[in-house]
Ligand binder design. Structure first.
Ligand code: BG6
Length: 485
């Protein structure tokens, strides 16, 4: 009963939100290096140069003019440039993870650190950096869990190729994967291809200039082909590799028992399940093909793509779970709250975080059970957590009982999913196990960590690390294999 003995307890981060060192050690520019900070009220902005040489900016959701190139404006603050400086603090941070008893640590590799332009030139210093990081993890018996691509692309590929709309980018990505798989084949076993593949739609995330459905779905097709090829290649390089996909999972409940609301919830849920269907079942679901017909979206495929997608299915489903939402056929009658990249409907049965994200531990059990029923392959909760403002007490402590409460309820629901629903759950990596930059708002004050980092929204701070109350709490959760919550 309870969590399996070899359960992968750990924590999760991403290069662009944690690493910093944005030009150190031969790293090239990534699209994320040209996105400013923001807040709940003010969106993060992409800064770019037009073909005519004018400096302009748009929000993440907007399109960039054709021929626009990413631009770092010296008058703006870009949180990714230093972030919380894992680049220079990795030994200290990994020692703290080891003290908590981590069995694994999820991080992403910055493509532009390995291939500065995203093309076939390799930066040995970048490869050595991650080798040192993995060796440091392995020294403590911590299994690295690696996301190949988390929300960015080398800026050169966005500028010159229009990112993932261009099929040539598949080849460059595969070169990056091959380089990394071969170099770390005896150090890393667990991989994921694209973080939250269902949310990849903007210039910063995938380098595409237009936000129209045609570009977005063409890019998605290229991501599917790239992922399938990466799975095949990885398994050839080391048959023991476990290569997963990663999706943001936000289950939606019908707002009422009105069948129209039930249909609306089904449609919401299958938009995210579409990405899982392709990568787990190995084909485009019929409803998506019908949508393409209706919306005049034409996916340009090459001969063999369908067979490749069918062959290159993943070994496990990694997913983030923060919140649920509700769906209704009468949107004018509902209240909206914040959401993880989607506006979410206020569910009267749930409360929300300060950023409006609904707190729904049972939704995690529902997600685990329904994903396992539907796909029947191992699941890995690779992100979950509570973004909150942490206040320091007069004697410098962070008493984050709200975070402990959030985690204990979610972990209890994972345990129920294992014990009562028979779900094959292999691990749990709470998001931002150490404070990092918020992806959505670019803030530092939206903190998730068990470890506090002294850094503010303007880039001021000593970068000193400090354990929060939740640090010892999570240490005990791991030591008791999820029994003591
Ligand atoms: C997920 C992303 O969407 O949510 C992370 O994979 C992100 O990169 C996390 O940080 C939490 O979102 P935010 O906006 O609070 O940082």
């Amino acid at each position: 009963m309870g969590f399996p003995e070899n359960f992968l307890w750990g924590g999760a981060t991403a290069a662009n939100q944690y690493e910093g060192g944005y030009l150190s050690g031969g790293k090239g520019l990534s699209t994320l290096d040209a996105i400013t900070g923001g807040s709940k009220e003010h969106p993060r902005m992409i800064t770019y140069k037009t073909k005519e040489g004018k400096i302009e900016q748009v929000t993440r959701e907007q399109s960039l003019p054709e021929g626009a190139t990413g631009y770092i404006d010296p008058n703006q603050y870009y949180p990714s440039h230093v972030a919380t400086d894992f680049y220079h603090h990795y030994k200290e941070d990994i020692a703290l993870f080891a003290e908590m008893g981590f069995k694994c640590f999820r991080l992403s590799i910055s493509w532009a650190r390995i291939c500065p332009k995203g093309t076939k030139e390799v930066n040995e210093e970048g490869l050595q950096f991650y080798q040192d990081v993995f060796d440091e993890c392995l020294k403590y018996g911590i299994e690295p869990v690696v996301t190949m691509n988390h929300f960015d692309i080398p800026m050169y590929l966005a500028d010159e190729y229009d990112g993932w709309t261009n099929r040539k980018v598949i080849d460059y990505f595969l070169f990056f994967c091959e380089t990394v798989f071969k170099r770390y084949k005896d150090k890393v076993k667990y991989w994921m291809t694209f973080n939250e593949i269902n949310f990849l739609r903007s210039w910063t995330q995938i380098g595409i200039h237009s936000s129209e459905s045609q570009s977005r779905y063409q890019a998605a097709h290229h991501l599917f082909v790239a992922s399938a090829k990466a799975v095949e290649l990885g398994h050839q390089i080391n048959p023991d590799f476990q290569i997963g996909m990663m999706v943001a999972y936000i289950p939606s409940y019908p707002m009422t028992s009105n069948p129209e609301d039930v249909l609306a919830a089904m449609e919401f849920n299958r938009e995210q399940e579409f990405y899982i269907d392709v990568q787990v079942k190995g084909y485009y679901p019929a409803h998506k093909l019908k949508q393409f017909e209706r919306e005049d979206v034409t996916i340009v495929k090459e001969a063999g793509d369908d067979e490749l997608i069918a062959r290159g299915t993943v070994d496990y489903i990694g997913f983030s779970y923060y919140m649920s939402t509700a769906s209704t056929a009468n949107p004018e009658n509902v209240k909206y709250v914040g959401g993880n990249q989607v506006p979410a409907v206020k569910n009267p049965y749930l409360t929300e975080s300060e950023w409006g994200w609904a707190i729904d531990p049972l939704g995690l059990r529902i997600s685990l059970a329904s994903l396992y029923d539907r796909y029947n392959i191992p699941l890995f909760v690779v992100e979950n957590g509570f973004g909150a403002v942490d206040q320091l007490t007069e004697d410098g402590k962070i008493i984050d009982d709200y975070r402990i409460d959030y985690f204990s309820k979610h972990i209890k629901c994972m345990k129920d999913a294992i014990e009562l629903d028979g779900v094959d759950l292999i691990g749990y990596t709470p998001w931002g196990c150490i404070d990092i930059v918020s992806a959505g708002t670019g803030e530092m004050k939206k903190r998730y960590g068990f470890i506090y980092v002294d850094m503010d929204d303007e880039g001021n701070g000593t970068l000193d690390r400090k354990k929060k109350k939740s640090f010892d709490w999570y240490k005990n959760v791991i030591a008791s294999n999820g029994e003591q919550l």
